[in-house]
Design a protein. Structure first.
Length: 264
């Protein structure tokens, strides 16, 4: 069932400066998209295709020039706390997503402080539960971001996104800075989360192999337009030239079996 509906969405940015003529760069054009509850959807596209712009619009971080985004039939306008209880995001740069002067536990509890009325003791217990769920240690609660590795920080970011039990977690190139083994480990972890909690995911990436491992459906963006929308299958073939280019990219093979996630 569709719970987020994107209709006729268009957006662009003004380029140019003091000594050059200012002009409008169109990034998204008349885009329609449905996100289904409990589904892992891959949003595939090359650099400049509009993937991250769409993510910011979905989160309400920017307002579209044209079109609408509706959540369960209600049109969204900017940052909506009720919407943020249902949709969270994990960013590409895990280190910059954390306050370096605050503990990991404090950061993971941030959505709980702002989007729930959970007491302090219950918040701490919830954070420790989340840390263990993403294969970290409960004692990592008191560590600073500089004391964790890149892969551990990304898992902590996922824990923070999971804190309020959202219906959807957006992964905006959240795995692109990790090596292949860590990518696989985290995808397998998220697949377990989806099976146990029913949480859906929007995996934004340029890497088709990540989509094939994790997603049930894939859409492809090219020059701001949706050019493919299909079920993920082992032998699927895209029709649009831009999608075929992404499919032809040579990337390291994904292991077929789940890979154990180390605590380090």
């Amino acid at each position: 069932m569709s719970f987020i509906q994107v209709r006729n969405l268009s957006h662009g940015y003004t380029a140019g400066g003091l000594f050059s003529k200012r002009h409008r760069i169109q990034v998204l054009s008349s885009l329609d998209l449905d996100l289904h509850e409990g589904q892992s959807l891959g949003l595939l596209g090359g650099s400049g295709s509009g993937k991250s712009t769409l993510a910011r619009l979905l989160m309400g971080l920017e307002n579209a020039d044209q079109g609408s985004i509706a959540f369960n039939g209600q049109t969204l306008q900017g940052l909506d706390p009720k919407f943020l209880q249902r949709v969270q995001m994990v960013f590409q740069d895990a280190l910059s997503a954390f306050n370096p002067q605050r503990t990991i536990g404090w950061s993971i509890a941030e959505p709980l402080r702002h989007l729930s009325d959970m007491p302090v003791d219950a918040c701490k217990a919830r954070v420790e539960q989340l840390l263990v769920q993403v294969k970290l240690l409960a004692s990592d609660h008191d560590k600073l971001p500089s004391q964790l590795s890149g892969g551990q920080l990304q898992r902590a970011g996922i824990a923070r996104a999971m804190a309020v039990g959202p219906q959807l977690i957006i992964l905006d190139e959240a795995l692109s800075n990790l090596d292949r083994v860590l990518q696989v480990q985290i995808l397998d972890l998220l697949a377990d989360v989806r099976r146990t909690s029913g949480t859906g995911f929007l995996l934004i990436t340029h890497d088709l192999s990540l989509v094939q491992r994790f997603c049930q459906r894939v859409v492809v963006l090219a020059e701001g337009r949706l050019v493919e929308d299909r079920e993920v299958t082992p032998h699927m073939r895209f029709e649009h030239p831009a999608a075929r280019t992404l499919q032809a990219a040579v990337l390291p093979a994904m292991p077929k079996a789940p890979v154990a996630l180390a605590l380090a």
